[in-house]
Each structure stands twice: as C-alpha cells, then as structure tokens.
Write a protein that binds this ligand. Structure first.
Ligand SMILES: Cc1cc2nc3c(=O)[nH]c(=O)nc-3n(C[C@H](O)[C@H](O)[C@H](O)COP(=O)(O)OP(=O)(O)OC[C@H]3O[C@@H](n4cnc5c(N)ncnc54)[C@H](O)[C@@H]3O)c2cc1C
Ligand SMILES: *[C@@H]1O[C@H](CO)[C@@H](O)[C@H](O)[C@H]1NC(C)=O
Ligand SMILES: *[C@@H]1O[C@H](CO)[C@@H](O)[C@H](O)[C@H]1NC(C)=O
Ligand SMILES: *[C@@H]1O[C@H](CO)[C@@H](O)[C@H](O)[C@H]1NC(C)=O
Ligand SMILES: *[C@@H]1O[C@H](CO)[C@@H](O)[C@H](O)[C@H]1NC(C)=O
Ligand SMILES: *[C@@H]1O[C@H](CO)[C@@H](O)[C@H](O)[C@H]1NC(C)=O
Ligand SMILES: *[C@@H]1O[C@H](CO)[C@@H](O)[C@H](O)[C@H]1NC(C)=O
Ligand SMILES: *[C@@H]1O[C@H](CO)[C@@H](O)[C@H](O)[C@H]1NC(C)=O
Ligand SMILES: *[C@@H]1O[C@H](CO)[C@@H](O)[C@H](O)[C@H]1NC(C)=O
Length: 625
C-alpha cells in the first residue's frame, strides 16, 4: 500500500513535470536565439546511464587508460564499513571496532574517506558501520549507491578527464566534496565520482580587482572546509562569509555556496553566494572556464545559488573579503520545564518554568528574532520536546556581528526585561565577544548520522501582524509536540542588506524570511524495512506541512531540505528563477552529464531503486530529458 502510494505520487509528479515542460516549451517564453536548444532533442541513445553489468561498461583497460591520463589518481574503493562484515574479503574485527567505537567521533576518518557520506540512508544503507552478530547476521555489505570509481582530483585537468570520460561513455557522474548533503546529492549507483576534497588552495589578496569590485578577495579551492577557512582568516587577519559557527566541516566552495550558504554574518553581508565575485569551473563539455558578472554571465547567475551538481564542476571560488577579524557579540540562555538544565555551555542562565510559561518565553523569543535580524544579527534557538508534551527545553544563542560587550548587553536587555514582565525570572547573560573565525578549528565534529531533515522558511510578514504571528507560534509548538526537535535560525539576507551584489538565483523566499526552521527526525531509520523507512520520511514531511500551512508562498532551503519536499522547484528557487535556471541547464548541459536529486532539471530523470525508496541506489534513467 505504502509502495503503491509512493509510486502513484511519483507518476503524478512525472505527469506534472511533463505538463510543466510541455507548457514551458509551448509557451516559447524565452524569446532568444537559443530557443531551439530548449526543445526536447531527438535522442536515440540508451534510456539509462550505463551500469557495471551492461556490456557497454568500459573494459578494465579503458579504466586503466583513464587512470594513466590522471597520473594514477583513479580509485576503486570499497565502502569503509566492509571491515565489519564476515562475508566480505575486507573483514577485520579490529578495524570494525574502531569504526563503531565512540573514538571515531573525533577523527577525520569519514571526512577523508572517498565514498562516505554523512547521511548513509541516501545511498541505500548497503554497508552500515555495525557489528554483525547472531541477531543481525543477514546484514551484508555491497557497493549500493556508492560510486564504483573515484577521481581523487587536485587539478582542473583531472576533472576535465573525468567529465569527458563520463560524457562519452554515458556513465553517471557524481561530485563529492565533504559528503554533507542531506538529500543524497553526493552519491549514486554505478557512477564515476569526482572527489574535490583535496583541492585545498587558499590565497588571500588584500587588494584585488574583479570587474567593478576593488578590495580584499580570498580564493578558495573547491575542497576547502569551514575550519580551514577559519584558520586562514585568523592567520591573515581577514574575514569572509563562510558556514556558520560552530559548523566546522561543511565545504565552503562546494555545495554550501552553490546552493546559497547561510552563516552568522548573513544579516549583515548576505549569503555565501552573494559574496562570490568569480568562479573557475569545468563545463559538461569539458572546458575550463571562468565566470564573473561580465564573463560567462549565465554560469555566473546559475552557480551563485542555483545549486551544486547541476551546471558545472567548480574548481575555485573567489569571495569578497573584509580586512581584519570581524567579531560577534554573543550570549547564551536556556529554558527548561524540568529541574535538570539541558546541555548548554557553562554559566548559561537557565529558567526553570511551567509548560505554559515555557511557551510564553519561547514566543517572546520568537517575536524578538525580528530585532535580532534588524540589528544584523543571527539567532540560534533549538526547541526540544523531552517527552509527552509535558517536558521541553530551549537553548539559544545571540550572535551579533560587530557589537561590543556593552552593545550586546544593551541589545539583549529589552528581551530579558520582557520575560521579567511576564513573571519569568532569568538572569540576563553576560556577553562575550569572539572573532567570527575563532570557533570551529578542529575539523572533527562530523560523523555519519541516522536521522532525516527538513526545512521551512518563515517570512517577515508572519511577524508583522499579531494574529498571523500567533498562528505561526502555535504551528511551531505543534511541530515540537509532534516530534522531538525544531531548530530555529534567525537571519535575513534580504535584498535591502545585499543590494546590487545579490545572487539572483537565490529564491525570493530566502530574501523575505527572518526565521529558518529545521525539523529533525533523529530516530534511527537506517535498519528499518523499506516501507517503515518511507513512512518515517513521510512523517517528517507531515510535520513540516504544519509550517507550510502558515507560510503559503514561502519555501525551503535547497541545502537543508527534506527529500520529499513537495513542489520543490518553486519551494527551493521560486517559479521565475526556476524557469530561468532550467533554461540555463538545458543550454549548458543538454546531455544531462550532471545530475543529483532535486536539482534544476533533475525531474527529467529518475533513479530506478526498485524498493520505492528515494535513494541513489539504482540506475539513472531518462523520463523526459
Ligand atoms: C553538520 C552540518 C552543518 C551544516 N551547516 C550549514 C550552515 O551553517 N549553513 C548552510 O548554509 N548549510 C549548512 N549545512 C548544509 C550544507 O550547506 C549542505 O550539506 C551542502 O550541500 C554541503 O556542501 P558540501 O560541498 O560540503 O557537501 P557535498 O555533499 O560533498 O556536496 C553537496 C552538493 O554539492 C555538489 N558539489 C560539491 N562540490 C561541488 C563543486 N565543486 N562543483 C559542483 N558541485 C559541487 C555535490 O555534487 C552535491 O550535490 C550543514 C550541513 C551539515 C551536515
Ligand atoms: C525529430 O524526428 C522527427 C521524426 O523523425 C523529425 O521529423 C524531426 O525533424 C526531428 N527533429 C530534429 C530537431 O531533428
Ligand atoms: C591507478 O594507478 C595507480 C598508480 O599506478 C594505482 O595505484 C591504482 O590502483 C590505479 N587505480 C585503479 C582503479 O586501477
Ligand atoms: C548485535 O547487533 C545489534 C544491532 O546492531 C546490536 O544492537 C547488539 O548490541 C549486538 N549484540 C552484540 C552482542 O554485539
Ligand atoms: C588523494 O590525493 C591526496 C593528494 O594528493 C592524497 O593526499 C590522498 O592520500 C589521496 N587519497 C587517496 C585515498 O588516495
Ligand atoms: C588586522 O586588521 C585590522 C583592520 O585592517 C587592523 O586594524 C589590525 O591592526 C590588524 N591586526 C594585525 C595583527 O595586523
Ligand atoms: C502532543 O500534542 C500533539 C498535538 O500538538 C498530539 O498530536 C500528540 O498526540 C501529543 N502527544 C502526547 C504524548 O500527548
Ligand atoms: C576542538 O578545539 C577546541 C579549541 O578550539 C578545544 O577546546 C576542543 O577540546 C577541541 N575538541 C576536540 C574534540 O578536539
Ligand atoms: C492581520 O491578519 C488578519 C488575518 O489575515 C487580518 O484579518 C487582519 O486584518 C490583519 N491585521 C492587520 C493590522 O493587518
């Protein structure tokens, strides 16, 4: 039944897509000399990308030739947890004990592995790091949705060779940087992977010139992670917009920036994509090109917010930088309905409240998020259901760019006064001031997770009108009551803030929002049978639906969205942007060399997983491309 429903839904989606594409072509609303390229091509080749079983799959000798072109940088890795499976040739109980021990949490192991992704369910859970014993001995380890070959790229030429090989042989191509993607965009069955992780160049130019821009610029290779960027800022005394504190391992010049990229500086300087002045990249036909506002403007438009794995493989990104270390005035507080405070930094003022007062205080905070973003700040606020709708906690942090200790104290005081007025007693926290680049310097805080994720952007207009605001806070409470946690991130990369630098592919919903909510289902769905697994994904989506109902016309953040996000084209990009992006996609990648789930043009293809699950573990086939 579950399967049927899912497949029916998929068929409906495909139909809607066909109608949408048909309408799009029929309208001929593009009006340029490129119109013809938009028409569906008379494609007569195979319907699907080739798989390792197909006779057309390249012979070992051809892979060796590719390896020679790459100076030996072609890998053929097996999933790291294969050491845990007695039936696998790699079986090694000691190595497995390392992978399943807590110690690995503080290592670089998964991040430096050519195949691993942080959300293994997106691959198909075909080789989990578990100890196989008598109760789960039917478990096996297969390659599943992991790529077959990986190019350990360090130079643009390596990427050119990989793209040309995949295009001419009709092989599925994927791009993996850190593997953080929540939707499974950095893995895929039967594929050749371009692994950008080792492209680590960082160069700071205190005074540079790109088009009309003159000033500090930092050039980053595609594999640079946030903690490495932070270290460079501290060393060379500059700041630029990278992923938010305390995220350490997100790739700055890969999926993060290509899909928008928010950070603690978003209300002051906009998104990562807004700060991009120039990009170098490899196209679907293997050219090595550069885009700026004046050079290759279609790529410049699409790569700044139109999403990773869609238009090109970026090799380096040039960001606008600011001299000196920008500081953040920060302060923590927490609320709890119990006697035990939730885990918060030491010396965090905590109020112990009744359930009613807890929600009064949370709602006062949600109202105050307008003040946070108006003052160009960022607010973290995680609301947790500790069980049975009777027990909750809230943990919050203000991060106010360029505010001194006294300015931060002055800024937060009215909020704590408003709590007092409602009889909620909590000490006003003592602020600290830290450089933006100061935290997240280890690069070790990420291990594969078992949860699923979804997001909704709440527009400013929901805060302007008190009756709509109270409907919104009721919805937030309902989402928390329906599961375990809702995270709020207050920030506003509005057009007013960003001005003429605004990355135009970013959705209007991100420009208009002031609160980004994310909903987690932390229960481990990895060992469930497919039907229950799908049920878990749907449950999560139903919880987000509560927020969609009160935010009609808004959207979700491309990089942190749920896999089942409905009407995702509009939700991630806005309708107008989507049509323009799809036009660019069809022009720059007519053969569909680049593909990942829920990216521009991805509706033209489908992964045949066979089990009804929306993973990458199956052949990639055309359904309308
Ligand atoms: C722990 C954690 C913290 C996060 N914190 C933040 C945050 O603070 N702010 C925020 O905005 N988001 C955040 N995210 C979401 C993050 O932006 C996405 O997961 C993003 O996809 C990561 O990009 P990546 O390159 O590191 O990951 P990958 O999974 O390696 O890549 C993501 C996507 O980009 C594509 N891609 C990667 N490199 C390139 C390239 N060079 N050229 C073309 N395509 C490429 C991949 O094919 C894939 O489709 C966080 C995610 C996690 C798991
Ligand atoms: C596509 O094929 C049809 C039928 O064979 C033919 O009439 C048409 O001209 C072809 N279109 C293109 C663009 O080649
Ligand atoms: C590629 O060549 C290198 C160096 O000769 C070798 O170590 C590696 O195993 C080769 N890769 C594959 C997939 O054969
Ligand atoms: C066997 O595996 C299951 C599932 O991974 C685990 O919960 C259990 O603790 C394991 N038992 C032993 C004895 O290791
Ligand atoms: C990938 O290349 C980098 C840089 O040359 C090297 O340090 C690393 O060991 C390589 N990784 C693998 C798995 O071969
Ligand atoms: C860092 O840059 C700022 C702003 O330009 C400057 O005021 C400060 O002196 C510099 N610090 C060091 C240690 O160079
Ligand atoms: C908590 O409240 C929600 C409605 O907000 C309800 O659906 C759910 O059943 C409640 N859970 C418990 C354990 O009472
Ligand atoms: C990470 O670095 C911080 C300092 O920036 C340190 O306090 C902390 O202990 C480190 N954590 C780990 C897990 O190494
Ligand atoms: C607030 O929104 C409600 C519901 O849409 C509407 O009836 C009311 O007129 C609005 N109030 C103001 C002041 O705009």
């Amino acid at each position: 039944m579950v399967f049927l429903t899912f497949q029916t839904a998929t068929m409906v989606n495909v139909l809607v897509l066909i109608i949408f594409l048909f309408k799009f072509y029929a309208d001929g609303d593009v009006g340029t000399s490129n119109d013809k390229k938009l028409k569906p091509r008379n494609y007569s080749g195979p319907r699907c990308k080739i798989s390792p079983q197909d006779p057309a799959w390249p012979k070992t000798q051809e892979w060796q030739q590719l390896n020679n072109t790459l100076n030996g940088r072609l890998l053929q890795p097996t999933p790291a947890p294969s050491v845990c499976y007695p039936s696998h040739p790699n079986y090694n109980p000691a190595s497995c004990a390392f992978l399943t021990s807590g110690a690995i949490k503080f290592s670089r192991f998964w991040l430096d592995d050519p195949l691993s992704v942080l959300y293994p369910w997106t691959e198909g859970n075909t080789c989990l790091p578990i100890t196989v014993n008598s109760t789960n001995e039917e478990r096996t380890c297969t390659q599943g949705g992991f790529p077959v070959y990986v190019v350990n790229a360090t130079e643009p030429e390596h990427i050119q060779a990989a793209v040309n090989f995949a295009r001419t042989k009709n092989i599925r191509l994927i791009i993996k940087n850190t593997g953080h993607d929540f939707l499974g965009r950095s893995n895929g069955y039967g594929s050749l992977s371009v692994w950008t992780h080792h492209m680590k160049e960082i160069q700071y130019f205190p005074d540079s010139n790109i088009d009309s821009y003159q000033g500090p610029v930092v050039k980053l290779g595609a594999g640079v992670e946030t903690w490495e960027a932070n270290k460079a800022m501290l060393k060379d005394n500059f700041t630029f917009v990278a992923a938010k504190l305390p995220t350490e391992t997100v790739g700055v010049a890969g999926g993060w920036v290509l899909g928008g990229g928010h950070s603690n500086l978003a209300s002051m300087y906009g998104l990562g994509a807004d700060n991009v002045l120039k990009l170098d990249f490899i196209t679907a036909d293997g050219q090595y090109l550069t885009a700026t506002e004046s050079q290759n403007p279609d790529y410049f438009y699409a790569l700044r917010g139109g999403g990773g794995s869609t238009f090109a493989i970026v090799t380096s990104v040039y960001f606008k930088a600011f001299p000196g270390l920008i500081t953040l005035g920060t302060a923590h507080f927490s609320l709890t309905t119990g006697s035990i405070p939730p885990s918060t930094p030491p010396q965090t003022p905590t109020a112990h409240l009744s359930v009613d007062n807890f929600w009064t205080a949370v709602n006062l905070y949600l109202g105050f998020t307008q003040n946070i973003v108006n003052a160009k700040g960022f607010g973290h606020g995680d609301i947790t259901n500790l069980g049975g709708n009777k027990s909750f906690s809230f943990s919050s942090q203000f991060l106010m760019p360029k505010m001194s200790l006294s300015q931060t104290a002055e800024f937060i005081t009215p909020f704590f006064d408003s709590l007092q007025k409602h009889g909620i007693n909590i000490k006003t926290p003592i602020p600290t001031v830290i450089p933006y680049a100061q935290t997240g310097l280890n690069g070790t805080n990420t291990v594969p997770g078992t949860g699923t994720f979804s997001s909704r952007l709440i527009p400013r207009s929901n805060f302007d009108n008190s009756s709509i605001f109270s409907v919104t806070t009721d919805a937030i409470r309902k989402v928390v009551e329906s599961g375990n946690q809702l995270r709020t991130r207050a920030y506003s990369p509005s057009l007013k803030v960003v001005g003429s630098y605004a990355a135009k592919a970013v959705s209007p919903a991100m420009r208009n929002m002031i609160l980004h909510t994310t909903v987690f289902a932390t229960s481990d769905i990895t060992s469930l049978p497919a039907e229950q697994f799908l049920e878990g994904l749907k449950d999560l989506d139903e919880r987000v639906e509560i927020l969609r109902k009160v935010t009609a016309g808004s959207g979700a953040y491309f990089n942190e969205a749920g896999r089942l996000e409905p009407n995702w084209q509009e939700s991630f990009f806005g309708r107008g942007n989507y049509e323009r992006l799809l036009k660019v996609k069809r022009e720059v990648d007519p053969l569909g060399v680049f593909w990942a789930p829920r990216t521009v043009g991805s509706e033209g293809w489908e992964v045949e997983t066979g089990d009804g699950l929306p993973t990458g573990n199956g052949r990639l086939c055309r359904v309308g491309w």
